[in-house]
Design a protein around this ligand. Sequence first.
Ligand code: FES
Length: 170
Amino acid sequence: MLQSEHDLMRCEIETLVEKLGRERSSLMPILHEMQRKYGYIPSFAMQVIADELGIHPVEVYSVTSFYAFLKDVPGGKFTIRVCNTISCDMAGKDRVARQLEAELGIKFGQTTPDGRFSLEYTACMGMCDQGPALLVNDIVFTRVTPELVHQILEECRGHFGIYAIQEEVH
Ligand code: FES
């Protein structure tokens, strides 16, 4: 990361601390914001956050590595999160998961070598009556079938707009 990028990130963190507070309890909201913006928490950011909150960087690192939705390395451009809670499980989550792995050539927890796709599991997202459900970044897809997985990946690869297929599905 370049010096100017470091300066910019430091500035952003200072602004977040002003807004969200300097207490230990502000750590999660700050990490959440950084994750949303960068897709991961760079080690430089962890150091700055620790300095700003007056805590040890190891504490920031531990929190980041504890929660699955916080990353300490960049994820793919599209992070696909498949719900692995019971209703989606019973609705056929495994078929969807196997299709994703087969099409992308990676396992859950991995990112494709071109940096385009990451595969993860997530807990219930409140679409239990419409499972199997998955998220592509922040877009929800429900009643997902292996065929729809193929279509979603094609959309992500840029053939069409990802939002178009979402409307088609509902
Ligand atoms: S169990 Fe999958 S969305 Fe609730």
